[in-house]
Design a protein around this ligand. Structure first.
Ligand code: MEV
Length: 422
């Protein structure tokens, strides 16, 4: 009999029963089930409060990037990521940046955009005027939804209206500009967008469809700048090489995607460590990179009058330090304590600096030696472990593969066999 994934009321079952079902479905062994049961510092209860249908938790290494000097303050930066070399690269880049004062970061505030889509409007331009003339009423209705946010100085501050010509005809889009302060703000904004919908239908005579936050958070930008001493990175040739690498990314979306992926290695790792919504950040950053029609790098690299390398990054940074999973996850709380940030904007500034550091480290490695050498040590160890090496044997196998310039699982297995026989 074929197995079915149709399991009515799976979500209502206790975790232990869910595990039994998955075990049978996937032929898991007892020890695999035992591993799933180990949820570590995230208790099962907490995990079950966070998402549905929980059967376990997946630990990801949490590293600390050192050396970060941002706006003259020292930070230790927690980064959660499965990829080797990222934490080391960020720390190394931050160390190099210190000689010219580290990173200078700033941000534009914490305004998120909520969108309300209205279709079937008879006279969209008139509707736009009507909505704008009811600005105060709409903002009042939005702000009634979140007295707590209001009490800390946040709330819906303004609105905008645009008429879009779409393949399904004209649509009127009302945008609420909500200061969400130290929260990422998705919940607050979505609640407000939903609350104003009936009055928008009345005012426009149309039908409201979507009421949802936009992840293109252009009113919540973070910027970071850095000067890299040319002497610290091998002189003018490397400076020129990095500027050429940037020019390549500016001219070619295929390269820009990878350039930006390196930036997101840093940003997403801090987001995951602090339980921020890294998908929201990815969506926002990539959409921002394509805002002018061509997908561009999120950072720029130039040479200053002293011949030093200067980098600037500008990214939408919808992050929070309160609310949601950030509050629920015990490790996220500790990560924030290690960071010591006082506001969500400060967290966004740190993340922009980490993204820039990561980008610099990747470009430098690519220009100077190719990325593989830097990656090789940890990669070789991982392959040795995958081949079954344990204890001191891991390094022995890894070193032999590095010496031979070939890092492959079959080779690691062969070497392991040879050592065991020896
Ligand atoms: C790998 O995770 C990231 C890089 O590909 C970034 C880049 O190419 O700039 C090294």
């Amino acid at each position: 009999m074929s197995k079915t994934s149709r399991i009515p009321d799976f979500y209502k079952l206790p975790l232990s029963r869910r595990l039994e079902i998955v075990k049978e479905f996937a032929n898991l062994t007892d020890s695999e089930v035992d591993l799933l049961k180990e949820t570590g510092s995230l208790s099962r209860d907490t995990a079950e409060r966070m998402i549905e249908n929980v059967v376990g938790a997946i630990p990801v290494p949490l590293g600390i990037a050192t050396n970060f000097l941002i706006n003259r303050r020292d930070y230790l930066v927690p980064m959660a990521i499965e990829e080797p070399s990222v934490v080391a690269a960020a720390s190394h880049a931050a160390k190099i940046a210190r000689s010219k004062g580290g990173f200078a970061a700033s941000s534009t505030g914490s305004i998120m955009i909520g969108q309300v889509q209205t279709v079937k409007v008879k006279n969209p331009n008139q509707a736009k005027k009507d909505l704008l003339s009811h600005r105060e009423d709409i903002l009042k209705k939005a702000n009634e939804q979140d007295p707590v946010l209001l009490s800390v100085g946040g709330g819906a501050k303004d609105l905008g209206v645009k008429v879009l010509q779409t393949q399904r005809g004209s649509m009127v889009i009302l945008e609420l500009y909500v200061d969400t302060k130290d929260a990422m703000g998705a919940n607050a904004v979505n609640t407000m967008a939903e609350a104003v919908a009936p009055m928008i239908e009345r005012m426009t005579g149309g039908r409201v469809l979507l009421r949802i936050l936009s992840n293109l958070a252009t009113k919540r930008m973070a910027q970071a700048k850095v000067v890299i001493d040319r002497g610290e990175i091998g002189g003018d040739e490397v400076v020129e090489g990095i500027i050429d690498a940037y020019a390549f990314a500016s001219a070619d979306p295929y390269r820009a995607a990878t350039h930006n992926k390196g930036i997101m290695n840093g940003i997403a790792a801090v987001a995951i460590a602090t339980c921020n919504d890294h998908r929201a950040l990815e969506a926002g950053c990539h959409a921002y990179a394509a805002r002018n029609g061509q997908y561009l790098p999120l950072s720029t690299w130039e040479k200053n009058e002293d011949g030093d390398l200067t980098g600037v990054i500008e990214v939408p940074m919808a992050v929070g330090i309160v609310g949601g999973a950030i509050k629920t996850h015990p490790i996220a709380q500790i990560a924030l304590k290690i960071l010591g940030v006082k506001t969500a904007s400060e967290l966004g500034e740190v993340m922009a600096a980490v993204g820039l550091a990561q980008n610099f480290a990747a470009l430098r490695a690519l220009v100077v030696e190719g990325i593989q050498r830097g990656h090789m040590g940890l990669h070789a160890r991982n392959i040795a472990i995958a081949a079954g090496a344990k204890g001191a044997m891991i390094d022995t196998i890894a070193e032999e593969m590095i010496r031979g310039n070939k890092i492959r699982l079959d080779l690691a297995k062969e070497l392991l066999k040879k050592h065991i026989v020896d």
